[in-house]
Design a protein around this ligand. Structure first.
Ligand code: ACO
Length: 348
């Protein structure tokens, strides 16, 4: 019995904001952003688009793929995805920018909109590692029950809504988007030469770094008070240098630990899909690990950091571009707020 990925999807808002667009309104430049982060542009949602809207689109694309649909017609896609949604037992959505803080979960909003009548649904708060955590959690829930067969895992973010657009230290880094994957319990072997699917995960945390990346206001630690006037909305605060140092170590340690536990080398891996926060983080980790650049899939230049969505967006791009072959070994590696980190090994 294996847990295989049988459909992927993504959704990014149509509005593309280049580095030059940002440089026209704050003190930054295309040269600084590219040289410090590898980012060239980001896609930004309009004011009416929320986390669940992007999650819904990505999910429909993944579900339509499960139903065998591959065309452009939106109505046909919606019919195909609605059919596949009936077979989903669990929905797990990773996000730091839910539609509503606290409750309801954004996963429940998606569950209703896709018509997944019999699915349980919940959000995972694991920052940018949300998809890595979600995949392992969903696989565990499928493995533990005979009745459950399929799960939908989503990473979705509208980071533009919690970004301080006057803070050049953070606003140049983030973008909006969603990615989704459908996993299924199949009869393929999970061990031996012909093994398939999710074969190993690491999910780790270091809460001592919880203040390096956080929303300081609005929760039970610092609730808003009646009559209070806010200078700005809820915005993410980040200690860039601390997160950078943590991230390089997290990527290096996770890739090394997964390879050691599995008894493999970089030669066995077709693709490493890292969380796309900063191309320099990936380069620094890659050099320490002595793994060739071409093993790492990067699309940060186009989408910037979409937090929990970067890994499933990248997975969908590789899948739809035909860059994944049956039997390929893929490694995901994520890190983010919490602090959290981890990775998955999947055989396609
Ligand atoms: N444009 C121009 N100059 C800038 C900008 C900008 N957008 N941002 C900062 N600077 C300036 C600073 O003011 C500073 O100037 P000074 O020397 O005159 O004081 C100078 O550039 C250097 O600033 P640093 O903060 O030291 O720049 P650094 O090289 O460390 O890069 C960065 C900053 C890109 C934020 C880096 O620390 C980083 O990537 N950290 C990790 C961030 C991250 O990955 N966050 C998310 C992870 S989890 C998640 O995905 C939600």
């Amino acid at each position: 019995m294996a847990i295989e990925i049988i459909g992927t999807g993504k959704a990014v808002p149509p509005r593309r904001v280049s580095n030059d667009d940002l440089a026209a309104r704050i003190d930054t430049s295309d040269e600084w952003i590219r040289s410090h982060t590898g980012i060239g542009s980001r896609h930004i949602a309009d004011e009416h688009t929320s986390c669940s809207d992007l999650a819904l689109e990505a999910s429909k694309n993944a579900l339509a793929m499960v139903a065998g649909f591959s065309g452009e017609n939106r109505e046909e896609r919606d019919r195909a995805s609605a059919k596949a949604a009936k077979s989903i037992d669990i929905i797990i959505l990773g996000t730091t920018t839910p539609d509503f803080f606290g409750c309801p979960s954004t996963a429940c909003i998606v569950q209703d909109k896709i018509g997944a009548d019999r699915a349980g649904a919940m959000d995972i708060v694991a920052g940018c590692t949300g998809f890595v955590y979600g995949l392992e959690t969903a696989a565990g829930l499928l493995n533990i029950s005979k009745e459950r067969k399929r799960a939908l895992i989503i990473g979705s973010e509208t980071l533009s809504k919690i970004t301080d657009w006057n803070d050049r230290g953070t606003c140049v880094l983030f973008g909006d988007g969603a990615g989704a994957a459908v996993i299924e319990k199949t009869t393929a072997p999970s061990e031996g030469q012909q093994r398939r699917g999710l074969i190993r995960s690491m999910i780790c945390s270091d809460g001592s770094g919880s203040e390096s990346l956080l929303f300081r206001r609005g929760g039970s630690r610092n609730p808003f008070k009646a009559g209070e006037t806010l200078e700005k909305g809820i915005v993410v605060e980040m200690n860039g240098q601390e997160v950078y140092n943590f991230a390089v170590k997290a990527v290096t340690d996770t890739v090394a630990a997964l390879m050691e536990a599995e008894g493999i080398t970089a030669d066995d891996i077709a693709w490493i899909i890292p969380h796309q926060a900063n191309a320099r983080i990936v380069q620094a980790a890659r050099k320490r690990l002595k793994i060739p650049e071409e093993k790492f899939f990067l699309n940060i230049e186009e989408y910037a950091n979409t937090s929990a969505a970067t890994i499933p967006i990248a997975l969908d791009e590789l899948n739809r571009n035909g860059q994944l072959k049956k039997g390929d070994m893929i490694m995901t590696v994520g890190f983010g707020a919490g602090l959290t980190y981890g990775g998955n090994i999947i055989i396609w």
